[in-house]
Design a protein around this ligand. Structure first.
Ligand SMILES: NC(=O)c1ccc[n+]([C@@H]2O[C@H](COP(=O)([O-])OP(=O)(O)OC[C@H]3O[C@@H](n4cnc5c(N)ncnc54)[C@H](OP(=O)(O)O)[C@@H]3O)[C@@H](O)[C@H]2O)c1
Length: 246
């Protein structure tokens, strides 16, 4: 019989294939959206459906198997829910993207990812006999998660505020968060789920972090290339996602 561990390794292998694909082809939403990707849906609704869905999948495991009472598990469930409650029900209403759409294909593939990822994490955290992270890695992971969440929120807020109400175009992002890199919001998200993986102390948590890297590193490189092509005056010393490195 195939072990759960092998299934998780296969899931991680798929993340690596996705990473290689996304390095060659930009995920077609936001500034990279182009015709030819089939029917579309208003982008705000797309965000709500595709990201709200993972909360249903994740919590279905606890409804089915019961919620373990260890404080570490309760904190992990709380942080996961906090992130996705914000992403599905707050973030979409802050966007200044009147009239924008996203391909149903993007919404569908995000839901497919959320179905597997929400199941992997829900299954992992609902096991009563799982090993928990050491106090050190749990504490360090918590700190990383909180810093990442704050960076992601602050950088997204700055980007959203670049457009005055009613404007639709793009501008060069400025301010301290954008001094060294083009995508501090994506770096914040990578830090969040890296911290979460440390707190989980499990292969399931690690798989989510690897998937986050697979999705967001190519997106940050694509955003960065796009800025350079679009704005000849774009600051030359600015990197894509890791200050001074990439
Ligand atoms: N965990 C994951 O795998 C994952 C995957 C994807 C996204 N996310 C998260 O979802 C959020 C959105 O991601 P994203 O890639 O769509 O972010 P993004 O391209 O940086 O855009 C964020 C918002 O700011 C606007 N914006 C961005 N740059 C702008 C500029 N230069 N001038 C004016 N407006 C600008 C965008 O408008 P437009 O929509 O019109 O471009 C959008 O409304 C991020 O917090 C990201 O971390 C997570």
């Amino acid at each position: 019989m195939i072990s759960t561990e092998n299934l998780l390794f296969a899931w991680i292998g798929l993340a690596l294939i996705t990473f290689l694909y996304l390095l060659r082809k930009n995920a077609p939403y936001g500034r990279h959206q182009s015709p030819g990707w089939g029917p579309t849906i208003p982008n705000r609704m797309g965000w709500i459906i595709m990201e709200g869905f993972v909360l249903l999948v994740f919590w279905a495991w606890f409804w089915h198997l019961g919620l373990p009472q260890e404080p570490q598990i309760l904190i992990l469930c709380g942080l996961f829910s906090l992130h996705y409650l914000h992403r599905s029900f707050v973030f979409p209403f802050r966007l200044r993207t009147q009239g924008k759409t996203m391909p149903l294909l993007i919404m569908g593939s995000a839901m497919l990812f959320n179905l597997v990822n929400g199941s992997v994490l829900g299954w992992d955290l609902s096991q009563t006999n799982r090993e928990t992270a050491s106090t050190w890695s749990f504490g360090l992971g918590f700190l990383l998660f909180v810093l990442g969440f704050a960076l992601n929120y602050a950088a997204d807020s700055r980007l959203i505020a670049l457009r005055k109400p009613g404007e639709t175009g793009y501008k060069i992002p400025d301010g301290p968060l954008f001094r060294f890199i083009s995508c501090p919001n994506l770096l914040g998200e990578i830090m969040e789920w890296g911290g979460f993986a440390l707190m989980c102390g499990s292969l399931a948590g690690l798989s989510f972090w690897i998937w986050t890297l697979a999705n967001l590193l190519p997106r940050a490189l694509a955003h960065h290339r796009w800025y350079r092509q679009r704005f000849p005056e774009y600051p030359g010393e600015r990197k894509a996602i890791f200050p001074f490195i990439l």
